[in-house]
Design a protein around this ligand. Structure first.
Ligand SMILES: Cc1ncc(C[n+]2csc(CCOP(=O)(O)OP(=O)(O)O)c2C)c(N)n1
Ligand SMILES: [Mg+2]
Length: 339
């Protein structure tokens, strides 16, 4: 059985393979900007008291969901985390459906009953964000098992943070997927902290990709702020999974540039210098600079996307605010199965 650890980390975006064609480049850019603008609106709404419950933004990490989900079909299944808005949007939930859900409105993707950490949209393959750290790996393995039994080429994807890799679910989910060659991609979003706990103080070995070898599956580490690096690595992982060659562990090294959750303090566990340094590696501005410098796209094309997405996010906010609340008479609906 193949057992490799590859460290495809690079300072040079896109150097890891040939560039995808222009339509793909523009689509990657657009998805990242949709996530960024929607979440900026969400953060503002949260801080204005319009959203209740926790709101963990994905700002700074957009390249991961974007690069992975670009290879997925609507019938592939993703299993997300507490920091799941980016996964939802990249998989096909609309900004309107996401925003309305966080506003608790009936037009939200979970009809206003879920909020940020219970976003479900099975019609586009979003099988849930989750307030529990870790289970995405088990659920993706389960999805992969059923896709294999059904003899389809569908894939399951687990997103999880560095905070989940010392959880028993990591061992159980990855080991089972490996021994049964399940079509699963395990995507670790290593942003170096679990709330305020540095990853280096939670494990002696911070190399998550290296753990792949223990389970006999490829472990690939990429610069998670480089959407092209993620896109290339995910292309191979998804190809492998669809071809029946088994799972891949993909470690995307990235950073969240806002606090763990909106409204939480963001001091005492990391320095301002560290945050500023990562801001200079912002996935959107880095990608922009790279594709413009190489002449792959022109400023006007990106500006058109910026303007379109700005409108989309503003429209989503108005849509959420103007949508009705769920009818209190339906509060007990969907709790027990009618069957
Ligand atoms: C099983 C479980 N343990 C603890 C928590 C509390 N908790 C919520 S978020 C979080 C940190 C998660 O860190 P990580 O997995 O690295 O994701 P990140 O927030 O960095 O994206 C913790 C410990 C939880 N929600 N579930
Ligand atoms: Mg983390």
């Amino acid at each position: 059985m193949e057992s490799t650890t590859t460290h495809a980390l690079s300072d040079n975006p896109g150097e890891l393979g040939t560039l995808p064609d222009k339509q793909v480049l523009l689509a990657l850019y657009r998805t990242m900007v949709v996530i960024r603008r929607t979440e900026e609106q969400l953060a503002k709404a949260y801080l204005s008291g319009l959203i209740h419950g926790a709101c963990h933004t994905y700002i700074g990490e957009e390249a991961v969901a974007t690069g992975v989900c670009a290879h997925l079909r609507i019938d592939d299944a993703i299993f997300s985390t507490h920091r799941g808005h980016g996964h939802a949007l990249a998989k096909g939930v609309t900004p309107r459906e996401l925003m309305a859900e966080l506003f608790g409105r009936v037009t939200g993707c979970s009809h206003g009953r879920g909020g940020s950490m219970h976003l479900f949209a099975p019609e586009v393959g979003l099988m849930g964000t989750s307030g529990i750290v870790g289970p995405s790996m088990l659920m993706a393995a389960g999805a992969g098992y059923s896709f294999k039994l059904l003899k389809t080429d569908r894939v399951g994807v687990a997103f999880f943070g560095d905070g989940a890799v010392n959880n028993g679910a990591f061992h159980e989910g990855i080991n089972m997927a490996s021994i049964w060659d399940l079509p699963v991609i395990f995507v670790c979003e290593n942003n170096m902290y679990a709330t305020e706990v540095p990853f280096a103080s939670a494990t002696r070995n911070t190399d998550v990709a290296a753990r792949g070898a223990i389970y006999g599956l490829p472990g690939i580490a990429v610069d998670g702020n480089d959407v092209l690096a993620v896109w290339h690595a995910a292309a191979e992982a998804v190809r492998r999974a669809r071809a029946g060659e088994g799972p891949t562990l993909l470690e995307c090294r990235t950073y969240r540039t806002r606090s763990h959750s909106e409204g939480m303090r963001d001091a005492g566990y990391r320095t301002r210098e560290e945050v500023d340094e990562w801001r200079t590696r912002d996935p959107i501005t880095t990608f922009r600079r790279h594709v413009l410098a190489d002449g792959h796209v022109i400023t006007d094309e990106l500006a058109r996307i910026d303007a379109e997405v700005e409108e989309l996010a503003t429209d989503a906010l108005a849509f959420a605010q103007n949508s009705p609340w769920p009818d209190p008479a339906t509060a007990a609906d969907h709790i027990f199965s009618a069957k």
